[in-house]
Design a protein around this ligand. Structure first.
Ligand code: MSP
Length: 462
């Protein structure tokens, strides 16, 4: 049996999740469900990223014990995924013992391999991103100060002794890997950004922090804790440890879903970290764009961080997943518009699909038809055959991350079936004594409805 590992990013356990986060998870869930339908053995992991300085700060500000804060936050995240019917099979918290043991094992191995050395870091650190910044990464605010473009805060100036990972010595190996794996990062324009970054030259990066006390201690220097990104990037391998079968292996298709802001970590740092530890590399990284909401960046401080649960209560889970995949192509930035969400729901799911199902099933019931039937002559009309044939290539749509095109084709099929119904008028045929033809029309339409339902079952799950 073919195996596939599908993952979401692990979300910072410092705040409630919003609809932008749900986007990555929905995509991973859709992939997991399709792969199961295609007969793969699927492991699907998600979780919370917890060894972060900003979380410690937040808990301390609120006067709450850090572990208690993390337990509550992580439980909230997990509950949201359960409420959204996400079919994950593993949930990792990076404060778990299994993760600490694995990260320390990899650090030790990498150290013995000669890829970690002692150095001194002097520079800027954005706690919001949990990452080191160059001046060229920053923008000027209205006071003329250099700030992080995502968090609009001045980065901290840091000077401390750190351990560094020899990323620079993996530059040519990474380039070779990219050449041999042309669709490692999808869609392709996101891969081009990564390759261009590597072409600009790679610097070693710090993998430990001296001033932090919360995190995984380095096994060979317990005074230092592991840099949160180094540990977080290994979570996907941790979840595969001591498991039968092993999903972190050459014979598994490994697919990660993530936003464009964290692709450098996943597509540059992590392959090098895995190479240094002699571990297999993933197959594909699916990169999503960024959602704005009615034109504005989604953020808590702007007060527009919509809780996905509000949206599903108002419409439905399926409506939300469908809208996100239908309206925005994976990899592009997009605007989440409440107006278009409502429009898609009303015109496509209720108007197009709902109408077809209700008209056909009502007549079928009336005339006692309980089975759909394929009919090659009827399937020729309105290109229904051709459209359905295209949809059977779901595996191609998945690997090309073109689910939007898949759904457009699906909707065309639904529309073609509606046109068929209007054109053929099965009810009139019954009334005019041409019952056999009316019956064949309805049987055929039931068959089309079933095909359309099956092929979208991993998206329209309800
Ligand atoms: N903890 C890190 C990920 C570590 S993975 C080893 C992190 N967490 S996060 O909670 O800040 O973000 C998680 C994911 O949510 C990222 O992929 C990010 O791109 C995505 N999104 C957060 N806001 C988003 C939008 N407004 N739109 C689309 N995706 C967004 O980064």
């Amino acid at each position: 049996m073919k195996k596939v590992l599908i993952t979401t990013p692990i979300y910072y356990a410092n705040a409630a999740l919003h609809v932008g986060h749900a986007y990555s998870t929905f995509i991973a869930d859709v992939y997991a469900r399709y792969k199961r339908m295609l007969g793969y053995q699927v492991k699907f992991s998600t979780g919370t990223d917890e060894n972060s300085q900003k979380i410690v700060q937040k808990a301390q500000e609120a006067g709450i014990d850090v572990m208690k804060f993390l337990d509550d936050m992580s439980a909230d995240h997990r509950k949201l995924w359960d409420d959204l019917d996400i079919t994950y099979t593993d949930f990792i918290r990076t404060t778990e013992e299994r993760h600490k043991i694995f990260v320390q094992k990899i650090l030790q191995k990498t150290y013995e391999h000669g890829d970690i050395y002692q150095g001194e870091y002097e520079g800027l650190y954005c706690i919001g991103c949990e990452s080191f910044k160059k001046e060229s990464d920053l923008i000027k605010n209205e006071k003329g100060e250099l700030v992080c473009p995502d968090h609009l805060k001045k980065p901290e100036v840091i000077k401390e002794k750190n351990r560094f990972f020899k990323l620079s010595s993996y530059e040519s190996k990474l380039k070779e890997f990219y050449t041999n794996h042309a669709d490692f990062v999808m869609p392709p324009h996101r891969f081009n950004e990564i390759k261009a970054f590597v072409d600009g030259g790679l610097e070693d990066f710090s993998i430990s922090r001296q001033s932090n006390t919360f995190g995984i201690p380095l096994p060979f220097d317990p005074e230092q804790v592991t840099y949160v990104w180094y540990d977080a990037l290994l979570n996907y391998v941790t979840v595969c440890q001591h498991q039968e079968p092993n999903f972190w292996s050459e014979d598994t298709e490994i697919i990660h879903v993530m936003g464009k802001d964290i692709t450098r970590f996943h597509a540059i740092y992590r392959p090098a970290m895995l190479m240094a530890a002699d571990l297999p590399l993933p197959t594909r990284e699916i990169v999503t764009g960024y959602f704005t909401l009615d034109g504005q960046k989604i953020s808590k401080s702007l007060g527009n961080a919509i809780d996905p649960k509000e949206l599903i209560n108002q419409y439905s889970r399926d409506a939300l997943v469908f809208y996100m995949l239908y309206d925005i192509s994976i990899g592009s930035d997009g605007d989440f518009s409440m107006e278009r969400f409502a429009g898609t729901y009303n015109s496509i799911l209720i108007g197009g699909r709902g109408n077809l199902i209700s008209r056909v099933t009502k007549l079928a019931e009336k005339y006692g038809i309980t089975q759909g039937k394929y009919d090659s002559d009827r399937a020729q009309s309105h290109e229904i055959n051709t459209l359905l044939e295209q949809l059977t290539n779901i595996e191609n749509y998945l690997s090309e991350t073109s689910i939007q095109i898949f759904l457009l084709t699906w909707y065309k099929t639904v529309q073609a079936a509606n046109t068929f119904m209007q054109h053929e008028q099965p009810r009139e045929k019954y009334k005019n004594g041409n019952e056999l033809e009316g019956q064949k029309d309805l049987e055929f339409l039931l068959w089309v409805i079933k095909q359309c339902a099956v092929i979208t079952a991993p998206i329209l799950v309800e």
